[in-house]
Design a protein around this ligand. Structure first.
Ligand code: GLA
Ligand code: ZN
Length: 693
């Protein structure tokens, strides 16, 4: 990495094309003496690192008091980085507020759900409506941007850090936030009568008679009983925190319009509606910390969710641990080869960076046992350092061949933060009904079949998808339902599940009950929903053939059983048990050129796969391996198309045995090894291939 920095992206709005795959991570030089900082740069070069994110927690080191600024140390670090061809993902350094600030402006600190103001400590502890926080954070962002606008190391802006990521952050219940919430509601609803109606406050006699009575859902108040209130509070919090991001981003955009702006997201993270956030970001980035038992499909789901935030555009993997995390119950090591595999999984799913938390393991504090590229011995002859350097060499070998590649998915899975909020706050129908878990299960079935799937917001443009899967979309707006109906009429296959279409965006049950505005599309109505306790099952018996599923096949089912009443829809499978045996458990409705299926209960995962395989076959949707061939078990396949139009085929072996994958016709080059392949691609345990035709 001694070559000079490649030219920065062009000055067009929202530049997202990076000059090359990035490799590096969070760097906290303020924790280390000068001699160590010098050594860091040499070690980064040895590790084939070309980017460092800093100084995420550097506020107090840059501004030790309100009128004192000490940027010289950062100048020196950035200069050395630039000299060594290492880019800066430059942080606005506002993630941790200095103690002097808390002392001088006590109400900059957030207040918890019981109304108790936090004391100094932790991080991300600011009140999102604090004018002092806004003023001081944007002032720091401005000074950093002005100072480094022309610095050769500057590649990317990193605003804040993991917004909402700590128990208290962004969840401020102070009097000022409560007042801001009231104003937000007044703007949304206009008058109190409408608020009373939309929040259904006649329930339990909670009708409000004056705006001053409107409160956030305090832990010792209205926190559980009124879902509409919690929904609006969630929206308000997500929006308000986003305002903090936008305030800093606006300053950066004004000073450096050609430098892309990001903040690190966290995958399926309940508090923030990332669909709204992504609209304000030039490039999505996120932090991937899978647990030891998370299946690869689970991680792929998160990548796809993050990729889908910007309609399939490439994203950045901002953080992952090179070895272990300090915050798991057991701080497991990533076995040899696993870091490489997980990193290429990110790249296969659309990441254009492989980055770590963090560069060097700290000596103290809560993260002293968190993995890092340079571990406590401070040496480069360690297993982790070697694996990281080799991975960096692999990424460098790819050059720009994979940059800008897009997944060409014909299948979409609808994911909605508002539906997630609504389901999380709902009392019933079953404590086992978990929104993300269900979305992951449907995604995993498609993933196992090798089907490229985009995860998109329900209000995304659905016209490019031929299969649309909507697991447990209990909250649905009429215009979303209308867009789905239209897409079905024009020839798509739609699959909805139990507990879909029940409520509107105020968590009010649609007139006529579920599936509300999807009633016509699905051709049925839901009479009742049975929630099965953990050890109770029902089953669906196919009354007719569906793709590869023969009539007569029976699959156990669990969780929920909707009792549906057919209008235009027809029965495909029936329940086998209970007083509703013989009633429809899977139905299909033909509408225009398309079909809408309703899965009224939750089959086990293998049956989900069989059903989705049938639906894909119906629309001729296959894996990038061609035809209806699913990849061998444990193999992840991802197809992308480079901006120049060349297909890229990523093969990842998540299993611990060698596997052969049958390739579609053609002669391929493995971009990692330079090998030429035809017919068969052999994959070692944890092996990776990136093939181009
Ligand atoms: C998050 C944060 C980092 C660090 C890591 C540790 O991702 O952004 O600052 O705390 O967790 O896993
Ligand atoms: Zn507040």
């Amino acid at each position: 990495m001694t070559e000079p920095n490649a030219p920065l992206p062009s000055a067009s709005a929202a530049p997202t094309r990076l000059p090359r795959l990035l490799h590096g991570g969070d760097y906290n030089p303020e924790q280390w003496p000068e001699a160590v900082r010098d050594e860091d740069i040499a070690l980064m070069t040895a590790a084939n690192v070309n980017v460092a994110t800093l100084p995420v927690f550097g506020w107090v080191s840059l501004q030790p008091s309100e009128d004192t600024f000490t940027f010289e140390w950062l100048d020196a670090v950035l200069n050395r980085m630039a000299d060594s061809g290492i880019y800066a993902c430059l942080a606005t350094a506002t993630a941790s507020i200095p103690a002097w600030m808390d002392q001088k402006y006590p109400d900059i600190l957030c207040t918890d759900a019981s109304g108790v103001r936090r004391r100094h400590g932790g991080r991300h502890t600011f009140c999102p409506t604090s004018p002092d926080f806004r003023r001081l954070s944007t002032d720091l962002a401005r000074r950093i941007a002005e100072r480094y606008r022309d610095h050769p190391a500057l590649l990317l802006w990193h605003v804040g850090n993991e917004y909402g990521g700590n128990a208290t952050s962004g969840r401020c219940f102070c009097a000022r936030c409560a007042a801001a919430f009231r104003t937000w509601l007044q703007e949304k609803y206009g008058d109190l009568e409408t608020l009373n109606a939309r929040w259904y406050l006649a329930f339990w006699g909670h009708t409000l008679t004056h705006w001053e009575q409107v409160e956030p859902p305090y832990a010792n108040g209205e926190s559980q009983t009124h879902q509409a209130q919690r929904l609006d509070w969630s929206r308000f919090q997500s929006d308000t925190l986003l305002e903090c991001f936008k305030a800093e981003a606006t300053v950066l955009r004004e000073i450096t319009p050609s430098i892309p702006i990001t903040t690190n997201l966290m995958g399926a993270f309940l508090p923030l509606n990332y669909h709204a956030w992504a609209k304000e970001m030039d490039v999505v980035s996120w932090d991937n910390y899978p647990g030891p038992h998370d299946p690869p499909s689970f991680v792929a789901f998160s990548h796809a969710l993050m990729r889908g935030l910007k309609e399939g555009q490439p994203f950045l993997l901002m953080e992952q641990s090179p070895s272990q995390q300090n915050w798991q119950a057991y701080n497991w090591l990533k076995a040899p080869g696993l870091l490489r595999l997980q990193s290429f999984q990110a790249v296969a799913q659309g990441a254009e960076s492989v980055m770590y938390f963090q560069w060097r393991r700290g000596r103290g504090g809560i993260e002293k046992l968190h993995g890092a590229v340079v571990e406590h011995p401070g040496r480069h002859d360690t297993r982790v350092f070697r694996e990281v350097s080799e991975l960096g060499a692999d990424l460098a070998r790819l050059g720009d061949a994979t940059l800008g590649g897009r997944v060409s998915a014909r299948a979409a899975l609808l994911f909605d933060w508002e539906a997630w909020w609504a389901l999380s706050y709902s009392s019933g129908p079953s404590t086992d009904l978990q929104y993300v878990q269900e979305c992951r299960a449907f995604y995993a079935a498609l993933y196992g079949l090798g089907i490229q799937t985009e995860i998109v917001a329900p209000d995304a443009d659905l016209s490019r998808f031929d299969l649309i899967v909507a697991p447990v979309l209990s909250l649905i707006e009429s215009r979303t339902a209308a867009a789905i109906e239209q897409r079905v009429e024009n020839g798509a296959t739609f699959l909805a599940t139990f507990f879909t279409g029940l409520v509107d965006n105020n968590d009010l049950v649609h007139a006529g009950g579920a599936p509300g505005p999807l009633t016509k599309t699905l051709g049925l109505w839901v009479e009742e929903t049975d929630a099965l306790p953990k050890n109770k099952t029902n089953a669906l018996r196919f009354e007719r053939q569906l793709g590869g599923i023969e009539a007569g096949r029976t699959f156990p089912s669990r969780l929920l059983c909707d009792r549906v009443r057919l209008e235009a829809a027809q029965m495909v499978a029936a329940y086998t048990d209970d007083f509703y045996a013989g009633e429809p458990a899977l139905t299909v409705n033909t509408l225009g050129q398309g079909r809408a299926y309703y899965l009224a209960t939750r089959p086990e995962d293998d049956a989900l796969t069989a059903i989705l395989a049938a639906l894909c076959a119906e629309r001729g949707i296959g894996s990038p391996l061609g035809g209806g061939t699913p990849p061998p078990a444990g193999v992840e396949v991802s197809g992308r198309v480079s901006p120049g139009g060349s297909p890229l085929l990523y093969l990842l072996n998540h299993s611990l045995s060698s596997v052969n994958v049958a390739l579609p016709p053609g002669t391929y080059t493995d971009l990692l090894t330079g090998e030429t392949l035809a017919e068969i691609a052999s994959l070692e345990p944890r092996g990776v291939r990136i093939l181009t035709l």
